[in-house]
Every structure is written in C-alpha cells, then in structure tokens.
Design a protein. Structure first.
Length: 150
C-alpha cells in the first residue's frame, strides 16, 4: 500500500485522522511513518495536545498492522486492546510517529495463531519525533479477529 492509499483509507474510515490533518510519509512492511501539524492539534499551551499525540501514535501502529496484514492477503478486524504512552518532551510543531513491531521475530507466530484460532495478539511500538529528537513513545497491544469471530 502506498502512503497516498493509506492516507486516503484513514481519511475514509477514521475521520479523526482527517480532522487532525494526519499525512502518511512512508509505508514499508517494517515501519509506517505518519505526520501531523500543530494547528489542528494544539492545546492551551501552544503545544500538541496529548490526546492528539497519542492518537497519531496509535494510528501509526494500527496502520503498520493493517498494511502488513493486507499485504499478506489477510482480512480481519484489527482493534487495540491496551496501550501505554510516555510523553517525554513538549511538541511545539509538526511531528512524526514511526511504528514498528515490538518483537519482529514473533510475527510468524502471530500469523500461525491467527490462522488456527481466528484471533491473535501482537505488540507494536510508535516513536514520536519532533525537531530531530524523540519526544514520546507508545507500546500498544492489538488484536486481529477473523471476520468469523468478530
């Protein structure tokens, strides 16, 4: 899936992404990079609202799984089960969220469990960056559910 295709999918299916003006910078099997500007995500301190930072981090993580599973021809319902978010520094402008599997070596096990059970869990990390430095970090656990079990 191209960055343009992912961005359009997000805008069509997750309207908050459009309101936040999230854009897809890059999409590979190993990482998705999303970007968001300050203006629609600003708080009373003229920095990025924490909820917006968290939402973009979750969107990047979800997008990585969505594009990987689609690339492998797997149709499923993908939901977040839990996450932890660390806000390390204020974000005063446009920022990125870069996602990756927390344990890439467990992807094949995730696929086997999904194939056998119709559901499986996997952890994804998203790192937020602003002005060349890490400003936040999310770890999210996602569940893939086959259409028959969801």
């Amino acid at each position: 899936m191209s960055p343009t295709d992912l961005q359009q999918y997000l805008y069509d299916h997750i309207p908050l992404s459009k309101a936040m003006q999230v854009s897809a910078d890059s999409v590979t099997p190993d990482a998705v990079v999303l970007r968001a500007p300050l203006a629609p995500n600003i708080n009373h301190r003229e920095t990025i609202f924490g909820g917006s930072a968290s939402a973009v981090a979750i969107l990047a993580a979800w997008s990585l799984l969505h594009t990987r599973l689609r690339g492998e021809g797997i149709e499923c319902r993908l939901v977040i089960q839990r996450n932890t978010m660390e806000y390390e520094l204020p974000i005063s402008g446009e920022f990125t969220a870069t996602s990756a599997l927390e344990h890439p070596d467990q992807w094949s096990k995730f696929l086997r469990v999904f194939s056998r059970m119709g559901k499986a869990r996997v952890s994804v990390v998203s790192t937020l960056a602003y002005d060349g430095q890490r400003v936040g970090h999310l770890v999210g656990e996602f569940v893939a559910l086959s259409p028959a079990t969801s």
